[in-house]
Design a protein around this ligand. Sequence first.
Ligand SMILES: [Zn+2]
Length: 144
Amino acid sequence: MMLVPHTCVNAAVGRLFKSPVAAFATGVIAHAALDLMPHKDISAHKAEGLLVATMLGIIGTSCGFRSAPFWCAMGGVLPDVEQVLPWTDPKRGRHRWFPTHNRKRHSLQIPGAPDYTVRLLTQSAASMTALMLAVYKCRPSGAS
Ligand SMILES: [Zn+2]
């Protein structure tokens, strides 16, 4: 899955939580759940990194950098950090640790629809909708 939906969908899910710790744990699980879906990926790490950093900024400034939405989003982002680390790079004979980064548990096929994948456009549309839901009337606690 693109890193953008991991960020935005998780931020929206984070609205359901009060505790940033519970939101973070759920965010990591949500990362695995999205990775299991059949999907297209892009390898444009710098472009995605820029978008995700900006979105984390939007979520943090809207909801607060200690808020559940922000930390649920962080739980979605952090597992993919190993995708760019040299010491977890399969091309260098290393292996990745996060369960859904193993090829057998990544982007599973739907029985009866082996060619179905969630397209980049769909991922982007879902991400933008989720981002709006995540920050809609979200205020850092204590702010008026
Ligand atoms: Zn992942």
